[in-house]
Design a protein around this ligand. Structure first.
Ligand code: SF4
Length: 86
């Protein structure tokens, strides 16, 4: 990963952290683990043009993947059931 990508990932992390907090959520406090997911989101944004969940297999079609674009449709039910998203 280039220095440019690293700083873009860090920026994305900070933005997602702010957005999560302002919506009443929080990112996983294990920063190392969460950084890997944010890198995945960044890579998918570069690859597909949208933030496909890094833990799921998408189609590359934004409409078909709509439910698994972060934050996905399953976040709240996963939080209710498991206290964390998929
Ligand atoms: S909120 Fe959904 S899309 Fe975002 S990381 Fe969690 S499981 Fe993936």
């Amino acid at each position: 990963m280039s220095d440019h990508d690293e700083s873009a990932v860090k920026e994305l992390y900070e933005r997602l952290d702010r957005e999560a907090k302002s919506a009443g959520y929080h990112l996983n406090p294990d920063r190392e683990f969460t950084s890997i997911l944010v890198e995945g989101l960044f890579a998918n944004k570069e690859r597909y043009g949208y933030m496909l969940c890094p833990c799921r297999i998408g189609t590359g079609d934004r409409e078909k993947d709509r439910d698994i674009i972060c934050p996905c449709d399953y976040r709240d039910s996963d939080l209710d059931e498991y206290d964390q998203c998929y």
